[in-house]
Design a protein around this ligand. Structure first.
Ligand SMILES: Cc1cc2nc3c(=O)[nH]c(=O)nc-3n(C[C@H](O)[C@H](O)[C@H](O)COP(=O)(O)OP(=O)(O)OC[C@H]3O[C@@H](n4cnc5c(N)ncnc54)[C@H](O)[C@@H]3O)c2cc1C
Length: 384
């Protein structure tokens, strides 16, 4: 695929980084312990990676969505362990504050995000809220110069290491559902915030947690966008940052699927059965080609949407389509690659068993495939 030279150079740099610093035994260890290598994230930040979603006036390199998406793809060759913290910084933090933050929040947070000193977690889902985000119950109210927060978030990935939770709250219980929502920046260390980790099988670069808010008291400056954006949360949720956000998980899915195809491709040339490498058996050859072809289709969906976003053009439909298509297609790719590797796809001697776990979750995380279909139908004004 033809791409700007600086993106190709970034890919080469990250590919070397991943090969050298994230060998299989380390990846296996990180997966077992739900952890990522903080020191490697610091090294990535020192390369300037976290500034890829942040304007130059705040210390970033200007919004370079194409490069940021390519970075996720390359980092995902080692699984989500290096891509995860980058996403928590550059996308959850940099993109959202860049679009929705007040001037003070931008001045305070963006330079630190650009340097990779801060990470955010997303607090959208709740015990009773998955796809229907307009139904969040976590309650925030203003008393004088304080916001008081009570409730619970679920699946808050990275709440264990992040500095802030970018948290969707119900700020006006009497308003129609979408008009009574706001976003808060909740420090994970604030008094009244407690975590209960959830054991889960996919994307184990960190823990996803239940987060409980018990009379958490925050200054008004915690309201994303400032007090004038109180009750404007739905607009932020439906805004450009979250359009682009869908590319982050799609890039992750694509990068991991690519690693799966590469592993199956190599394995099939090494494994000999019936006197020849299994890549010589026609059924296996066809499977491998099928997986690569599906992967190529994903690449086109992803980078077409990324180019639109990069050019500042409307991209809500295309990013939703990319998330839908890639999320579903990587499951097909995972199952093909798993079959090619036979028993060894179940063994921790290879990465495939982790790839399969990660890829099976892709049609769910970051907005399910059905939610993307609903979005696309609504965006294209299909009468219902
Ligand atoms: C590892 C992991 C990490 C996660 N990290 C985060 C995070 O950091 N922050 C966060 O906020 N959330 C996070 N999530 C939650 C994730 O975003 C949700 O799982 C996702 O939004 C889907 O919600 P749900 O699973 O509750 O599904 P539900 O909304 O309960 O839906 C269940 C099924 O019903 C279908 N469905 C529901 N409503 C409709 C409808 N109207 N039309 C058609 N089909 C429908 C869905 O498509 C889905 O298949 C994470 C989840 C996992 C597994």
């Amino acid at each position: 695929m033809i791409e700007p030279e600086h993106v190709t150079a970034l890919r080469d740099q990250l590919r070397r980084f991943v090969t050298e610093k994230a060998p299989r035994e380390k990846r296996r260890e990180w997966d077992r312990t739900h952890s990522f290598p903080c020191e490697l994230f610091d090294e990535l930040a020192a390369l300037g990676l976290c500034g890829l979603t942040i304007d130059e006036e705040y210390g970033g390199s200007g919004q370079d969505i194409l490069a940021a998406v390519a970075a996720i793809e390359e980092l995902c060759r080692a699984g989500a362990f290096l891509a995860g913290p980058f996403i928590h910084c550059a996308f959850y933090g940099g993109l959202n504050i860049g679009e929705n933050g007040s001037p003070e929040q931008k001045a305070e947070l963006l330079p630190r995000l650009a340097r990779g000193e801060l990470t955010f977690a997303y607090g959208l889902s709740e015990p009773d809220v998955g796809g229907d985000l307009s139904a969040v119950k976590t309650r925030a109210r203003i008393e004088g110069d304080t916001v008081i927060l009570n409730g619970a978030k679920r699946w808050c990935t990275g709440a264990d290491f992040a500095d802030y939770i970018y948290c969707l709250v119900r700020s006006d219980p009497d308003a129609p559902a979408r008009q009574g929502l706001s976003f808060l920046l909740v420090p994970t260390k604030a008094a009244g915030v407690t975590l209960a980790p959830i054991e889960h099988s996919n994307l184990r670069y960190t823990l996803s947690s239940d987060v409980f808010f018990d009379d958490v008291r925050l200054p008004l400056s915690s309201i994303v966008g400032g007090t004038e954006r109180w009750n404007q949360g739905w607009k932020m949720l439906a805004g450009r940052a979250l359009d682009i956000e869908k590319l982050e998980i799609a890039a992750c899915a694509f990068g991991i699927a690519q690693a799966a195809v590469e592993e199956a491709w190599t394995y099939a040339q090494e494994r000999v059965q019936f006197g020849k490498p299994i890549s010589g058996h026609q059924a296996v050859r066809h499977s491998l080609v099928e997986a690569r072809t599906k992967l190529e289709a994903c690449r086109h969906m992803l980078y077409h949407a990324a180019r639109l976003a990069d050019a500042g053009q409307p991209c809500a439909v295309e990013t939703s389509m990319a998330k839908l298509f890639i999320g579903d297609t990587v499951v097909e790719i995972a199952l093909i690659c798993q079959r090619v590797m036979g028993a060894y796809a179940m063994s921790d001697a290879y990465d495939m068993e982790r790839h399969v776990r990660d890829l099976l979750g892709m049609p769910i995380v970051g907005g399910s495939s059905n939610m993307q279909k609903n979005n696309i139908a609504a965006l294209l004004r299909l009468p219902g």
